[in-house]
Structures are given as C-alpha cells and as structure tokens.
Design a protein around this ligand. Structure first.
Ligand code: BDR
Ligand code: CA
Length: 329
C-alpha cells in the first residue's frame, strides 16, 4: 500500500496495554489512516476504554472520533475486568493524567461503524482487537456490512496454541462467544490473528523503553509505563517471557498483518465458536474439507487464520515504525 493512499482503518478496541501498542503503531505508520476508534468493554469497562482511547489519541496529538460501544456480552453474564493484567485503569495504573481537550463522538460504536461503511463503501478496513459485540451489533443494524467494508482483521481466537483464559479459549472470544460466532459467520473478507501467532511474538520492555527514551514525549512515556506493568504480569506467569522481560504483542500483530502480510503463514477454513459449557469461547477450525455427519459447519464462510509468524521481522518493524518521526512536541 502506498502511503499517499493509506488504508482507512476503524480500530475497534478495549484499551488495554497491548491495544495501546497497537494504536500507536497504527498512528505512527504512514500507510494507515485511523478514521475512528470504537471502544468496547473487555480489558476494562467500556467507560474506561473510551476514556483511554480519548487520552491515548489526544496525548499523541490526534483528534480522531472516539465512540463508546457495548458494555456487556450478549448472552453470558459480564465478568469483572482483569485489572491484574492491565491495571485498574487499563494502562498499568498511571500515576496521573494530563488534561486533554477531546470528547466522545455521541454515536454508539456499532452505529459509527455502519455510518462510516455506508459513507465509504469498499474502503474501510476494520481492525478489531477486543470482544466482538460492536461488530455483531453493527451486522444486525446493517446486514450488508460485509460488502460495505474492505476487510476485517481480528486479534481473536486460537487453533492449536493453548488458550489464555481456559485451555481452549482466547480472551476476546471468551468475553463474548455469541458475538464472535456471529462475526465468524458473517461472510466478510476475514483474517484471524490469534494466539497461534501472537504468543510467538514477545515484545521486550527494553525496546519500548528505547522508544520512550528516543522521543521524550508523554505518549511514549505513558506507553512505557503501561507496558512495564503488562510485562511484569507476563513475566510472572511465563518463564520464557521472563527471560526477555517483555510481553506478548497480541493486538499490534493485527496491524502488522495489515501492513506486512508476508510475515505470516495462513490457513483457510471454517471457524465456529463454542458458546457454552467447559469449552465456551473455543475457536474451532475445520482445517480439511472432509465429510462430517454433524451439522453446523456447512454453508459457513471461510476465514483466513494466521498460523505461523516471523517474530523477529514483526519486532523489527514495530520498533522502526515507533522510532519514526510521528510525534510532534
Ligand atoms: C487479547 O485479550 C486482551 O486482553 C488483549 O488486549 C488482546 O486483545 C489477547 O487474548
Ligand atoms: Ca485488546
């Protein structure tokens, strides 16, 4: 993609530390034009997610429309946000916040997605890195949405890699499995960037510190503070992450897939989500086209699923994009 004709992206997010890494990668990348940030519950409440999206974009000097979206899962009861992973505030418990002059777009996230897709048919890429309630609701408002959007990229799910909420479930899907199954069945051009690849990419905290030292800017200081909290969590539970003292890249990988798809090896198949019981939130992929007597898999669209990744190339690209001259004093 030519930077003079960048991807128009709506970023659907629950910020969240890795969401913040992803947002700053997108804002820094010359081939990405973030035209809206739609928030949802997930890593934090939806109110906190919207507050964080406004704050992160404002301190980076951007005035991008930010909307508030769904606050709970469709069917299952909501759970308290995982403050032990992202902090009570979603950004590693910031000591203070600078005043900002940026307020919410009054529309609900789903309505904003529909309005933008109708206004720019075939042009918008939707990168979704939180629970999928906003997309599911947008599909209910506008059933033609899959034809109005250019492409949808999800940080969601897992096929072979163990889950991170249960042995089989990834957090974004587990948070709203009914919405996720709806989204996987909608028929858009869909790519799943899940734990099969995001658990391969460990972002060293030292890299984020070097970026903050380079820019000496509030935005990258906030990112460094947040990633330090997140890296402590991951280093506490995964010895191989502790060795590097870092964190999984998760959400930023969805954007790196957009800008550098050659870093990823993908498979294609039908994805369904278990919505109840011990397997709830499991993403199950039909990887081979063989006959099965059980129904529920026929006439479902195909998802492209990232299975392998060049982790070193991802980290090098993340670092060089964030080191570029994208922040203004
Ligand atoms: C996903 O869940 C959230 O905690 C992260 O922000 C990421 O989107 C990883 O499973
Ligand atoms: Ca997220």
């Amino acid at each position: 993609m030519n930077p003079s004709n960048p991807y128009k992206v709506i970023f659907d997010t629950d910020p969240g530390v890795d969401d913040a890494m992803a947002l700053y990668y997108a804002l820094a990348h010359p081939a990405i034009d973030v035209v809206g940030i739609t928030t949802t519950f997930g890593n934090v409440t939806v109110d906190q997610a919207a507050t964080n999206a406004l704050y992160l974009s404002a301190i980076a000097g951007r005035r991008i429309p930010v909307t508030k979206g769904v606050a709970t899962p469709w069917v299952k009861p909501g759970e308290p946000p995982p403050a032990f992973i992202h902090g009570d505030d979603g950004l590693g418990n910031l000591n203070s916040r600078a005043p900002i002059d940026h307020t919410l777009d009054p529309r609900a996230s789903a309505q904003f997605i529909v309005d933008m897709a109708r206004a720019h048919p075939g042009e918008i890429t939707l990168v979704a890195v939180g629970p999928l309630g906003n997309l599911s609701l947008a599909l209910k408002i506008e059933p033609n949405l899959p034809r109005l959007l250019r492409e949808v990229i999800l940080m969601a799910g897992t096929v072979v890699e163990p889950g991170n909420v249960s042995p089989v479930a990834e957090a974004n899907v587990w948070n709203d499995p009914h919405a996720a199954d709806h989204v996987f069945g909608a028929g858009w051009k869909l790519t799943m960037v899940g734990l099969d690849v995001t658990h391969r990419v460990i972002v060293p905290l030292a890299m984020i510190k070097a970026i903050a030292d380079h820019h000496r800017h509030l935005a990258t200081d906030v990112l460094h503070h947040a990633v330090a909290f997140y890296a402590n969590f991951y280093s506490g539970i995964y010895p191989h992450v502790a060795k590097i003292h870092g964190c999984f890249g998760h959400d930023v990988l969805a954007f790196i897939y957009l800008t550098n798809p050659a870093f990823f090896t993908c498979e294609h198949g039908t994805v369904r989500v278990a919505t109840e019981g011990i397997a709830n939130g499991q993403t199950m992929m039909k990887r081979k086209d063989i006959f099965h007597p059980q129904s529920g898999w026929e006439d479902r669209p195909t998802t492209q699923v990232c299975m392998h990744v060049d982790a070193a190339a991802c980290n090098a690209t993340f670092e060089s994009v964030l080191m570029s001259d994208w922040l203004h004093h």
